[in-house]
Design a protein around this ligand. Structure first.
Ligand SMILES: [Mg+2]
Length: 168
């Protein structure tokens, strides 16, 4: 069960500040795309202005960022162009191999890297398997897809076990 336990649970990625990272000894972040940075399926560049600024500020202060997304390569490429950092689509999360490759791209030891994502069974599970500091973020939008709804119900059960009562 503990492989599904995030180290931190936050409401929004912008809660990750330089102070937050320093307190946890983190120098890099792997970041999920859909429902973590950008609402699922969205291509709204203007709505992402705050996120783009947040990412730019963290990088300016020396934090390495890398997008680790299971979205199509095309969707990932669209956002990578705008987010101004590197990464991949079709990452195959929760396979820890994808995380190790991404950590290698940042050139940091796994203990200094956080994984930020909205899904326990992909983002958090793989991040824990790869030995990263996992940060679960409240999903930006509720997907209507039936398999996602089931996953959300299971996530809520697991989170409640860990003392996080999330009304999503
Ligand atoms: Mg996601």
């Amino acid at each position: 069960m503990s492989l599904l336990q995030p180290r931190d649970v936050i409401d929004h990625v912008t809660e990750i500040t330089p102070e937050f990272l320093r307190a946890r000894g983190l120098h890099g972040l792997l970041i999920d795309l859909d429902n973590t940075l950008i609402p699922y399926g969205s291509y709204e560049e203007r709505q992402a202005a705050g996120i783009i600024r947040w990412a730019r500020d963290l990088q300016r202060l020396g934090t390495g960022l890398y997008l680790l997304s299971n979205a199509t390569g095309r969707r990932a490429a669209y956002w990578l162009e705008r987010l101004e950092f590197n990464g991949v689509g079709l990452a195959g999360k929760p396979n820890p191999r994808a995380y190790r490759r991404a950590v290698g791209a940042l050139g940091l030891p796994p203990g200094q890297v956080g994984m930020v994502g909205d899904q326990l069974f992909t983002d958090v599970l793989g991040g824990n398997l790869a030995g990263l500091h996992t940060i679960l973020v409240r999903p930006l939008a509720n997907n209507a897809l039936p398999h996602t709804r089931l996953a959300r119900q299971l996530e809520r059960l697991v989170l409640r076990r860990y003392g996080h009562d999330w009304k999503t």
